[in-house]
Design a protein around this ligand. Structure first.
Ligand code: GDP
Ligand code: GDP
Length: 435
C-alpha cells in the first residue's frame, strides 16, 4: 500500500512549499498537459524507492463554519484516511489560536499527528519550537521547507521501511487486465460496475478490503481475465438501496495507481466539470491509460447531446489519443464496446519495443524534421530505448537535449504514438545528454 501523508495547518504556514518539495522529484517526470486545470493539492513523491501520496488539505483555518465547512469536511476526510498526518505550524509567527483549534480537533479525532515546526531558518530552531511544545504532541520535527531543510530526515523517520517488492506490487496479485472505474459521486460508477459484471460474466471471487480501499473483483469475459477496481463500493453494499459510500479521493488515487486502464465516468447531464478535469489530471500524472465514458446518454435530446459532444471535443482536445464512449450504464448501451478500447489500451501500456525499432522511428522523425540549433550547434538525437511500461517510457539519448523545445517534444510524441499505434496511454519521454 502506498502510504498517504496529509498536510494540515493554517494558511501561510508553508504547506504548499512543503508539498512542492515532497513531490518535486516526481514533477520533473510529468509532462505539461495544455488545457488542463490542475489541482496541486494531491501529488506523489518518492523517497529512496518508497512511493507515497501527499495531500495538502489546504482548507483548515481552525475556525470552520459557513462556506468553509464543505471544504473543511473534505480536508477532515483526508485526515481520517491518511496514514501519516503532519500538522504544520509557523515557527516565526509562534503559536496562534487557530493552531490550538486544529490541534484540538486532531486530538479528538484520535488520529496520531506529528507536529512540524516550519520556517526555522534564520533563528535558533529550539527557540522557534519552544512555544509549540505545550500542544502536547509526541513527536516534533523542525524544518525549513523553503530551504529543503529537515524534510528528508522527516521522511526517513516517518515512512515505513521500503516494503519488499512483492508487497509493493500488491496489485499484481489480481489476474488479467486491471480496470479502474473512477469518477465523481453520482456519475453512475456503481451502475456501470454492475453492468460490466452482468449476468453472463463469471465472478471468480470477491476480495474484502478496508473502507479506504476499493474492492477488487476478478472476473472473466469472453475468455479474457479482468479485475475490476470498484471505487464505488458496489460489492460491499448489502443491497442496492444502501447509501453510496462517501467519495474518497485517496481511494480514487489508489485505484488509478493499481490499474492498467482507467475508465473515467462523466455525467452527460452535468457536462464536463472541473472535478472531472482534476481526475483526468490524476490519471495522466500516474501515467495510466484512459478511456472516457460519457454516461447517462439515454433519453437526452439531440440538442443537448450536440452540446456535450462539442464540449468534450473542445475541453479534452489534448486527449485526442484516448477513446471516448457515449453510453448508458443503466440500459447497457455501449458498455460492451468499451472492452475493445480496454484491450487496446492495455496492449499499449504494456507493449515492449526493441531498441532498434525505437531508434529507427527517432531517426526517421529527425530526418523529416530537424531539431533546432542552439548556440550555433544543432541539437542531436541519436538513439532511443524503452525505459518502462504502464506508462510506456521512451528514453531518448542525444546532445543539448535540455534545450529541446516543447513543440519538438510534442512532435516526437505524436510521431511515436502514430507509428507504434499507442492508444489511451500517455507516452512519457526522458531525454538524456551524452558527452
Ligand atoms: P500554505 O498557505 O500553508 O500553503 O503556505 P505557503 O507554502 O504558501 O507558504 C506561505 C509563505 O511562507 C510563502 O511566502 C513561503 O515562501 C513562506 N515559507 C514557506 N516555507 C518557509 C520556510 O521554510 N522559511 C521561510 N522563511 N519562509 C517560508
Ligand atoms: P455513483 O455514485 O457514481 O456510483 O453513481 P450511481 O451508479 O449510484 O448512479 C447515480 C444515479 O444515476 C442513480 O440514480 C442511477 O440510477 C443513475 N444512473 C446511472 N447510470 C445511468 C444512466 O446511464 N442513465 C440514467 N438515466 N441514469 C443513470
Amino acid at each position: 500500500m502506498t502510504p498517504v501523508i496529509a498536510l494540515v495547518g493554517r494558511p501561510n504556514v508553508g504547506k504548499s512549499t512543503l508539498f512542492n518539495q515532497m513531490t518535486r522529484s516526481r514533477d520533473a517526470l510529468v509532462a505539461d498537459f495544455p488545457g488542463l486545470t490542475r489541482d496541486r493539492k494531491y501529488g506523489e513523491g518518492n523517497y529512496e524507492g518508497q512511493k507515497f501520496i501527499v495531500i495538502d488539505t489546504g482548507g483548515l483555518t481552525g475556525d470552520e463554519a459557513g462556506i468553509d465547512a464543505e471544504m473543511a469536511r473534505q480536508s477532515l476526510q483526508a485526515v481520517e484516511e491518511a496514514d501519516i498526518v503532519l500538522f504544520l505550524v509557523d515557527g516565526r509567527a509562534g503559536l496562534t489560536a487557530g493552531d490550538e483549534m486544529i490541534a484540538d480537533y486532531l486530538r479528538k479525532s484520535g488520529k496520531q499527528a506529528h507536529l512540524v515546526v516550519n520556517k526555522t531558518d534564520g533563528q535558533d530552531p529550539d527557540v522557534a519550537a519552544a512555544d509549540f511544545y505545550r500542544l502536547g504532541f509526541e513527536s516534533t520535527f523542525l524544518i525549513a521547507a523553503a530551504h529543503n531543510r529537515g524534510i528528508l530526515s522527516l521522511l526517513e523517520t516517518l515512512l515505513p521501511e521500503p516494503v519488499d517488492p512483492e508487497e509493493q506490487d500488491r496489485a499484481d496479485r489480481y489476474p488479467g487486465i486491471r480496470i479502474g472505474v473512477v469518477g465523481r459521486p453520482n456519475v453512475g460508477k456503481s451502475t456501470l460496475v454492475n453492468r460490466m459484471l452482468g449476468e453472463d460474466r463469471v465472478v471468480v471471487y470477491d476480495m474484502p478490503g478496508t473502507t479506504r480501499d476499493s474492492v477488487y473483483i476478478p472476473y472473466e469475459r469472453q475468455g479474457h481475465q479482468y479485475t475490476l477496481i470498484d471505487t464505488a463500493g458496489v460489492r460491499r453494499r448489502k443491497n442496492v438501496r444502501e447509501t453510496v459510500e462517501k467519495f474518497s479521493i485517496i481511494k480514487t488515487l489508489q485505484a488509478i495507481d493499481d490499474a492498467h486502464v482507467v475508465i473515467l465516468v462523466i455525467d452527460a447531464r452535468e457536462g464536463l466539470v472541473d472535478q472531472d478535469l482534476h481526475l483526468i489530471g490524476f490519471v495522466l500524472d500516474a501515467g495510466r491509460s484512459l478511456v472516457i465514458a460519457v454516461n447517462k446518454w439515454d433519453g437526452m435530446d439531440p440538442e443537448d447531446r450536440g452540446r456535450v459532444k462539442e464540449q468534450v471535443a473542445r475541453r479534452l482536445d489534448f486527449l485526442d489519443y484516448a477513446d471516448k464512449y457515449y453510453i448508458s450504464a443503466l440500459h447497457g448501451t455501449g458498455v460492451g464496446t468499451m472492452y475493445e478500447s480496454v484491450q487496446a489500451c492495455y496492449e499499449s501500456a504494456m507493449a515492449k519495443w526493441p531498441t532498434n525499432r525505437l531508434t529507427a522511428i527517432l531517426q526517421d522523425a529527425v530526418a523529416q524534421h530537424q531539431p533546432p540549433m542552439v548556440h550555433g550547434r544543432r541539437i542531436k538525437l541519436r538513439y532511443a530505448h524503452q525505459g518502462g511500461s504502464n506508462p510506456p517510457v521512451v528514453v531518448v539519448h542525444g546532445n543539448q537535449v535540455d534545450s529541446l523545445p516543447g513543440a519538438y517534444k510534442r512532435y516526437l510524441e505524436n510521431t511515436f504514438r502514430k507509428v507504434l499505434k499507442v492508444v489511451g496511454a500517455p507516452i512519457r519521454f526522458e531525454f538524456r545528454s551524452g558527452e
